[in-house]
Design a binder for this molecule. Structure first.
Ligand code: ARG
Length: 274
């Protein structure tokens, strides 16, 4: 849908400040423990993102960071929430295992009654993306293929499994972004991150998608958050701004260079409480 009048809807997000963020291990190709992280800068960049959401009229809840969990800033991985129901996470790597319980505890403490601890590995919204009626689900690096039927059973929504094949795009949210979740049609993605068959599935489901070019994908430009109108994305992904504007979206470039050293950007830092 081109030249549509895009309407933002009010959102609620869960974020975790990078108080203890560091890169001391490497579980994705972006992480190099030899590269120093500028922690005050990471904090300032994160606060900028949080404040930007608030300026746009959204609510941001904050999760207490844990000293021994340096990746906790990537709050998108901790759960998937749809219609108030919480599918907990189960992490692929032991370094992040304890984050799942911290998220579940937050949901229980904040009045969520339906909080499910999954049997199979799923890294929350890192690999699950929500459209109006579906759940798009990544697999290949982190979330287990078995987590897909588990999510389908829990949410009662059709799950569309997508195979990720490039280790730089180890989570679905590094390769695909839902731009308008009131539809089943509006996404942007980077085809080479997916297997041939999954590329064909995406082309069939989303013939009008914005197709990202390599430099924008490599800037983690698809690791973006949309409220239906405003699209917050890494500012270095300059090639996406034009196509987004052409379709009526308002791109907002964010600088999260320090968090990129952990392999994450805007979306990774943002879990949506639907
Ligand atoms: N260092 C983290 C990891 O490799 C980054 C997670 C990024 N989160 C995301 N939603 N893609 O697990």
């Amino acid at each position: 849908m081109r030249n549509a009048a895009r309407r933002a809807t009010e959102r609620r997000y869960l974020m975790c400040p990078p108080t203890h963020f560091k890169v001391t291990y490497s579980i994705n190709p972006w992480m190099d423990p030899a590269k120093p992280v500028d922690l005050p800068l990471a904090l300032a960049q994160w606060e900028d993102l949080r404040d930007r959401y608030r300026d746009l009229g959204h609510t941001v809840e904050e999760l207490e960071p844990h000293r021994e969990l340096p990746d906790m800033v990537f709050a998108a991985n901790g759960a998937t929430v749809v219609e108030g129901r919480v599918l907990g996470a189960r992490f692929a790597h032991s370094e992040r295992t304890a984050e799942a319980a911290a998220h579940r505890a937050w949901f229980r403490a904040n009045g969520y009654e339906d909080v499910y601890e999954p049997e199979h590995i799923n890294e929350g919204e890192g690999d699950f993306a929500v459209t109006a009626s579906w759940l798009l689900a990544g697999r290949g690096f982190r979330s287990s293929p078995l987590s897909h039927p588990e999510a389908q059973e829990f949410f009662g929504r059709p799950v569309i499994g997508l195979d990720l094949v490039d280790p730089r795009y180890y989570h679905l949210d590094t390769a695909l972004c839902v731009l308008d979740d009131s539809t089943d049609t509006e996404v942007m993605y980077y085809p080479p991150a997916f297997s041939k068959g999954s590329q064909a599935v995406l082309a069939r489901l989303f013939p009008d998608a914005i197709i990202a070019e390599e430099p924008d994908a490599a800037a983690l430009g698809l690791n973006a958050v949309s409220d239906g109108r405003h699209v917050l994305l890494p500012q270095a992904a300059v090639g996406l701004f034009g196509p987004l504007r052409e379709r009526g979206y308002e791109p907002i470039g964010m600088d999260l260079s320090e968090l990129l050293k952990g392999g994450g950007s805007v979306k990774c830092c943002t879990q949506e409480l639907r």
